[in-house]
Design a protein around this ligand. Structure first.
Ligand SMILES: [Cu+2]
Length: 424
C-alpha cells in the first residue's frame, strides 16, 4: 500500500523538485553571474582621492608675535602703505607678500551730505577708513597711533580725546593682546597672517563699540585667494554701506558758518538712523558715478557695516552672475538679484553691463535707500528718447518732466475727462 502511494506521488514529487530548482536558479544565477563577472573584471572603481583642504588648520598661521605698545607718537600721514586704497576705485594687489600699513585714529568733521557737517571719529582721517588689499598668506604689519588729541586741521571743532583700538575681522589673533584700547599719544604695532580669502570689516572695538562704529571707525579688508580670483573683470570697486545717527550739536557749534551735527546716542540705541549711505556720503556715487562700459564685467567688493541694520544690495538693470558670500569664491552663488548682508557682512558680486545706461546701486530696503544708500554705475548714454536716471531719492511727483511721460499723462487725463463727461 505504501509503495503504491509512493508510485502515485512520484511524478508529482519530481515536478515539485524541478520547480524548486528552477526558483533557486532564477534567484541565485544573476547574483552568481555578477559575482563571477565582478571577479573576472579588474577593480575599475575610482580610487578614493584626498582633496587637500585649502583651510587645513594644521597649516594655517595661528601664532603671531605679541603686540607692542609704546608712547612714541607717529606724526606722519594718518594713513600710509601701498596696500591701501582711499576711495571706491580699488587698486590692484601689491605683489610684495609683506604689507606694511599705518592707520592712525583721529577726530574729523566730515561732510556727510551737502551742508551736513558731522563730528566723526576716523581711521586714517576718513570715513570709511582706507581699503586694505592683501592676499592669503601675506604678512600684514600694522601700526596705529591714537591721535584723537590732535586738533582737526583748520577747524576749531573736535570731540574729546579718547581711547581707541583696532579689530581686524580678517585676522586670527588674541583680541586681548592685539585689539586692546590705547590712549591718546600711544602707538600699537602688531602682525597677522590672513588665512581665509574674503571681504572683511575692520573697526574700533573700544567700548561702547556701537558709538565708535556709529561715529565712523570702520573700513574694509579685501583678502584675495592665494591664486587670485577665478574670473577676469574690467573694473573693481568697493561699496561700504553704513548708518549715521545725527543731531544738531547741543553746543550750537558751527563749521564754515553751517551747523555742526554730532552723534545722537538715543537714535543709535533705538536703531533710527538719519542717514544710510554708501562710502560715507549721502548719494555720494550719484554725484560721482563709477565708470564702466557696455559689455564690461564689473566686480564690486560690498560690505555692510551697519552697525545695526541689514542691507539688501541690488544693482538695477543687471543680475549678479556670481556672488561670493563674505568675498570667498568657495561660497559661490549664481544669478542673484540681491545679496543680503547683515552687520559686518561682506560679498563680492560680479555682473555684466548689458548695454549703455546708468545702473543704480541701491539697498533694496528702500527706507535705507531713501536715506542715501544710492549710487550709479555710469556706462554711457542710453538710446535717444530714453528717460532720465530715476532713483529712490527723487521725491514722488505727479508732474513728469520726461516729454513722453508728459504726453502720456495728457492722453490719460483727456480720456478720463471724456469718460467722466460721458457718465454725466
Ligand atoms: Cu574708537
Amino acid at each position: 500500500m505504501h509503495r503504491q502511494y509512493q508510485q502515485l506521488l512520484s511524478p508529482f514529487a519530481k515536478s515539485l523538485r524541478r520547480v524548486l530548482w528552477s526558483v533557486v536558479a532564477m534567484c541565485f544565477a544573476p547574483a552568481a553571474t555578477l559575482i563571477l563577472v565582478g571577479c573576472d573584471k579588474p577593480n575599475d572603481k575610482p580610487a578614493a582621492t584626498t582633496v587637500a583642504d585649502p583651510y587645513d588648520n594644521s597649516k594655517t598661521e595661528m601664532k603671531s608675535l605679541p603686540a607692542t605698545l609704546t608712547s612714541d607718537r607717529h606724526t606722519g600721514p594718518l594713513a600710509s602703505g601701498s596696500a591701501l586704497s582711499l576711495d571706491a576705485a580699488v587698486k590692484p594687489l601689491v605683489a610684495d607678500p609683506v604689507k606694511t600699513i599705518q592707520l592712525d585714529t583721529t577726530h574729523r568733521v566730515i561732510e556727510l551730505a551737502p551742508g551736513i557737517h558731522f563730528s566723526a571719529w576716523t581711521f586714517g582721517g576718513q570715513v570709511p577708513g582706507p581699503i586694505v588689499r592683501v592676499r592669503v598668506g601675506d604678512k600684514v604689519k600694522f601700526s596705529m597711533t591714537n591721535r584723537s588729541d590732535e586738533p582737526a586741521p583748520g577747524l576749531q571743532v573736535m570731540a574729546a580725546p579718547m581711547m581707541h583700538s583696532m579689530d581686524f575681522h580678517a585676522a586670527m589673533v588674541s583680541p586681548q593682546d592685539k585689539y586692546r584700547s590705547i590712549a591718546p599719544g600711544q602707538t600699537i604695532t602688531f602682525e597677522f597672517t590672513p588665512n581665509y580669502p574674503g571681504v572683511f570689516m575692520y573697526h574700533c572695538g573700544t567700548p561702547m563699540v556701537l558709538e565708535h562704529i556709529a561715529s565712523g571707525m570702520y573700513g574694509m579688508v579685501i583678502v584675495e585667494p592665494r591664486g587670485g580670483y577665478p574670473t577676469k573683470v574690467d573694473h573693481e570697486y568697493a561699496v561700504v554701506q553704513s548708518e549715521f545717527y545725527t543731531k544738531l550739536d547741543p553746543e550750537k557749534r558751527k563749521v564754515n558758518g553751517q551747523p555742526l551735527y554730532v552723534l545722537d546716542s538715543e537714535r543709535v540705541r533705538n536703531k533710527q538712523p538719519t542717514y544710510t549711505v554708501f562710502n560715507g556720503r549721502y548719494n555720494g556715487m550719484v554725484e560721482k558715478p563709477l565708470p564702466a562700459k557696455p559689455g564690461e564685467r564689473v566686480r564690486l567688493f560690498v560690505m555692510n557695516v551697519g552697525p545695526s541694520n541689514t542691507s539688501s544690495f541690488h544693482v538695477v538693470g543687471t543680475i549678479f552672475d556670481r556672488v561670493w558670500i563674505d568675498g570667498n569664491p568657495d561660497n559661490q552663488l549664481r544669478g542673484l538679484q540681491t545679496v543680503l548682508l547683515g552687520s559686518s557682512g561682506g560679498a563680492i558680486v560680479e555682473f555684466m553691463i548689458p548695454e549703455a545706461g546708468s545702473y543704480v546701486m541701491v539697498d533694496h530696503h528702500f527706507a535705507n535707500a531713501s536715506q542715501g544708500a544710492i549710487g550709479l554705475i555710469a556706462a554711457g548714454n542710453p538710446p535717444p528718447g530714453s528717460g532720465d536716471v530715476e532713483h529712490n531719492n527723487i521725491p514722488a511727483t505727479s508732474t513728469p518732466s520726461d516729454p513722453a511721460a508728459v504726453k502720456a499723462k495728457l492722453a490719460f487725463e483727456s480720456k478720463c475727462l471724456a469718460c467722466l463727461e460721458r457718465r454725466r
